[in-house]
Write a protein that binds this ligand. Structure first.
Ligand SMILES: [Zn+2]
Ligand SMILES: [Zn+2]
Length: 255
């Protein structure tokens, strides 16, 4: 049974159709036609076993007429052919608690296959699968996704609004100078936890989007920006890297 991540978060009631053996309604599981009852097996007189003489030995084996049951059905039920059960599609309502995970097993007591000739039915197990979400990835109780932020917001700081799995909006304050790969942790905004009121955390990773399709004016402004400051102040990482590159080449020539 596949459910959405939202349903795994909030819990839900799902309908499942299962083809299952159920007790035959015509004979009520006895396997005998209406009005008739199973009779004592005439072959073994109800013992369920027959003896056969083989040379000096007497061999006992299950009665071939009744299969060892000791009783035979004289007139088998036409609906089930004497088996006492039939196959039928049934719709079950499955309560899925909040916080279930991929592979969680849900047991429906007594909804499994009916027993032969009126024996109690077994349990039905339903395994859950959770569909991939378009935004959220899940890791246990936590959720994760990447959010692209404009270069200017990353540089100047600002606020962005992001979704949480519960359907609400969450504001994230982007501090000035936020780098790509920075993760914001939002406590208690992740998945619900099975049989608990706790919630996991939500991790939002910033990716910085380089602006594209610049107008002439925007290009002009960025060139002006580029020459207006000190590169080792505004871009310490690349300045530092190219300083190391310079040292690398200088070192390799003196060797
Ligand atoms: Zn029947
Ligand atoms: Zn028999």
């Amino acid at each position: 049974l596949e459910i959405s991540l939202e349903d795994a978060f909030a819990g839900t009631t799902a309908k499942v159709q299962v083809a299952s053996s159920i007790v035959c309604e015509v004979c009520d599981g006895s396997g005998a036609e209406q009005g008739s009852k199973p009779i004592t097996c005439p072959t073994c007189s109800g013992a369920g076993k027959v003896r056969a003489q083989q040379g000096f030995f007497t061999i006992e084996r299950p009665c071939p007429s009744c299969g060892g049951a000791g009783r035979v059905i004289e007139k088998p039920c036409k609906a089930c052919g004497g088996a006492g059960r039939t196959r039928k599609e049934k719709t079950l309502s499955v309560t899925i608690p909040a916080g279930v995970e991929e592979g969680t097993r849900i047991r429906l007591t007594g909804e499994g296959e009916a027993g032969v000739r009126g024996a109690p039915a077994g349990d039905l197990y339903i395994f859950l699968a959770i569909a991939a979400h378009r935004i959220f990835q899940r890791d246990g109780a936590n959720t994760f996704y990447r959010v692209p932020i404009p270069m200017t917001t990353a540089a100047l700081g600002g606020q962005i609004e992001v979704p949480s799995i519960d359907g609400s909006r969450v504001k994230i304050t982007i501090p000035p100078g936020t780098q790509a790969g920075h993760q914001f942790r939002l406590r208690g905004k992740g998945m619900s936890v099975l049989r608990s009121s706790q919630r996991g955390d939500m991790y939002v990773e910033a990716t910085v989007e380089t602006p594209v399709n610049l107008t002439a004016r925007q290009q002009e402004l960025l060139r002006e920006f580029d020459t207006a400051g000190e590169a080792d102040q505004t871009h310490p990482q690349s300045s530092g890297f190219f300083q190391r590159v310079k040292e690398f080449f200088a070192g390799s020539t003196t060797e």
